[in-house]
Design a protein around this ligand. Structure first.
Ligand code: FMN
Length: 197
């Protein structure tokens, strides 16, 4: 892979479940991004406990803005790209991730790329969730890197430390990172040119 300027990325997780497999996926992907010199802020709904949406960030008055919401929005707004790491619940994107995304305004996501990574303990790999996340991020003005990374039988193909030698995972994550780098760098230049930075 070609050398690229370091990107500032946020990674949003889609599971709150105790003993979640998502941590191994998040570890693997964030380590691969770090190896390429990128900074990754993990936005974990287990730590950033946002309630089910009543008032979105962009409908609040400044004096009525919870610090957690303001701080999380700042991280998304300052990011050059977004990575979503999520399981699939009943053939759908889980509320942990859709509710999290919904809290923040389209202006925080737009004109920066999204990489989608889904996983499952079954053979289906979360592809339906991936498609729903593609639709969601497109609506928010964030182009999604083609071909999401969809990981079946995650508990067997990755260990708890996030190690894998599964060729499908290794190659597809590398491809997704290459896409984030290309779009992330290009869109950062364009945001600067059009005064969106
Ligand atoms: C409520 C629920 C619904 C699920 N639905 C699906 C599904 O639709 N498709 C699928 O492939 N796996 C499904 N699974 C299995 C998940 O892929 C598996 O539990 C996965 O490890 C969840 O991610 P986590 O461990 O990070 O929480 C479901 C699991 C739960 C708990």
């Amino acid at each position: 892979m070609q050398d690229v300027d370091s990107l500032n990325l946020v990674m949003i997780l889609g599971s709150l479940r105790e003993g979640r497999n998502g941590e191994r996926v998040a570890r693997y992907v964030s380590e691969q991004l770090a190896k390429r010199g990128h900074r990754v802020h993990i936005l974990d709904p287990q730590e950033i406990k946002l309630p089910l949406l009543t008032v979105p960030f962009h409908f609040r008055k400044a004096e009525d803005m919870p610090t957690l919401l303001a701080e999380t929005n700042r991280k998304i707004k300052e990011a050059d790209g977004i990575v979503l790491v999520s399981p699939e619940n009943n053939r759908a994107a889980p509320p942990a991730i859709t509710n999290f995304i919904d809290h923040f305004p389209p202006t925080s996501y737009k004109c920066k790329p999204t990489g989608v990574v889904t996983y499952s303990t079954g053979i289906y790999s979360g592809i339906v969730c991936a498609q729903q996340l593609v639709t969601m991020m497109t609506e928010l003005g964030s182009p999604v890197i083609p071909t999401p990374v969809c990981i079946p039988t995650v508990h067997e193909s990755m260990d708890p430390a996030g190690r894998t030698n599964n060729e499908h995972i290794v190659n597809n994550v590398a491809k997704m990172i290459k896409g984030i780098e290309w779009y992330g760098d290009a869109m950062r230049s364009q945001r600067k040119k059009f005064g969106l930075l």
